[in-house]
Design a protein around this ligand. Sequence first.
Ligand SMILES: [Zn+2]
Ligand SMILES: [Zn+2]
Length: 667
Amino acid sequence: MAAQSKERLTGENLRRMIIFEIYNALRGAEITRIEFEGPEIAVYVKKPDYILQNEKVVGELAKKLRKRIVLRTDPNSRKSHENTRRYLLEILPKEAGIGPGDIEFDDRLGEVTILAQNPNAIPYKSASFRNKILAETGWRPVVMRKPSLTSRTLNIILRKSLTDAKERQRALRDTGERIFRETLIGTRRIRVIGLGSFGEVGRSAILVDTGESKILLDAGAAPTSYGPEAFPYFDSPEFRIEDLDAVIISHAHLDHVGMLPLLFKYGYRGPVYMTAPTRDIAVLVLLDFMELAKREGREPPFTQKEINLMLSRTIVMPYNVVTDVAPDTKLTFSNAGHILGSSLVHLHIGQGLYNILYTGDLKYYRIKGDTSTRLLPPANYQFHRVETLIIESTYGATETQPRHMAEAELIELVNEAVKNKGKILIPVMAVGRGQEILLVLNRALKEGKIPEIPIYVDGLVYEVTAIYTAYVDYFAKPVREAILNGDNPFMTENTEYVNSQSKRDEIIYSDEPAIILATSGMMQGGPVIDYFKSMAEDERHILAFVSYQAPGTLGRRLLEGEREIAFQEDGRLRMVKVNMKVVRVEGFTGHATQSELQLFLRHLNPKPRNIILNHGEPTALLTFARIIKNRWQKFGFENPPEVIVPENLEAVTLYPRNYRLHTGVQY
Ligand SMILES: [Zn+2]
Ligand SMILES: [Zn+2]
């Protein structure tokens, strides 16, 4: 069948053509079933060894059909769990550190997950090793590093996704039907509508309407406000939940994922795409968001039920894998460098008609010559095609001190506290900054830049760090290699995770110098408050902020010089005098700074024709728009890009080549 005629097929005809091609190519494998499962086409076969010998055929077929094909063994040709477990424990080397409880089965996928303390002892990257197990047992082995910390949440998610296999399968089939549906209108022009995060930071939500399909990028909350201000404009007439084909989540911060369960509360039952770490961290922060609301006597906007529904519809995608999300749209995630699992979202619309790159939150830096300690590699900047870039501009108007200077400053503060026989308290966000600071401190300890004192980590950081340790592959190369060599920066002898009030009291009443990392990052509740109350009046101690403090938060008030803080305690007011040193260390941000945003545009390849700025205060957006207008040649653009700073609810219409933009404020 010629490629051209294939492109025009949709709906039932497309499905039939795909099934015909698959049967033709893989006849020898004895196909028992072909299913459209979400964005994938699952082919169940009786003879796994045939596939192993013909892996090239499968690759070529996927390329020809331009679809993701997943081969699974027919359940009848798989050995029992019991026999497979016994076989695996027999053949896998003892040094790998695998117990009977570390082997888990996914009956739906026909996969056996092997959790190893030391995966390097297993030749798991060798195809012949994997093939041998598959041919012998009918199960496809997946070897994973056993997280060095255990996360309760992660375990709940894993168990849940296994027990809900049936419900999940049904949801995936519905999604498959929708993706391979009959197309009606065809893609002519694309409209991008900000439902939040345009002209502001927070409640990120962007509707991409191709005429044929509707996709929502992010569904965030505005963490500093409550009530209607906290939600994206889901009540906009352009936005109808029942028309939505897919939701795509860039990363697990609340301002990008906080209102996702709300969509399920209002009836959304379609797929949600995100990376695996984003899913895990999202569950954690959403549960925490609910708890916080309850503790403050507010009604949470959603319940556990909606989080479970969300999970049953979540399709995890690794970086750099292309997948169909609608009849006319393909999605590819790639690294955004911001927090674990954070993604740049690339949409390929209408058979190459249009390509949109949405950065979500972005961190970019020059690797060469960088002497600082970094957890994640900088964002990806190479793409096949990009016509429109939607880029965050949080720091569009500001530059902070370089990272290595921030690290030096923090190390100096620790030494100052030790010299005064005091402690240093560092409020951290559970996701991102907490792990980065831990990495910096442990590296400094190892290099002898700070003395051997304990580092206590308190609050939600523990669970999030546990999730981090499960995804070592996402880290920057030096960190990854260190961990693979048994040098885990989250698990040093000096690091202690605090999870009880008695331990907390012990730390508070001890006279020994120590470093304390505790949530919340802006001192809006959390264990950091306990430490603060006990330390504030003693001038030997230091309070060091390492992240942005929003107006109105206790963190901001302290930075602005407030030195008498009132706390409600058992219905009474307690005044706390602040004699400890209060400082802000700039330069640890997870966002690209002004110069890093420029560097990203310089490196970005190919160059977009249109640049839409969002996720920034108005000054940041306008300043950065002006910079692009003045320096596009320096960034390597051949033509001046159209720079657009839309407001929420303002539609930007994008036309394929030869057309220019018609709406949107232009600068
Ligand atoms: Zn973020
Ligand atoms: Zn954000």
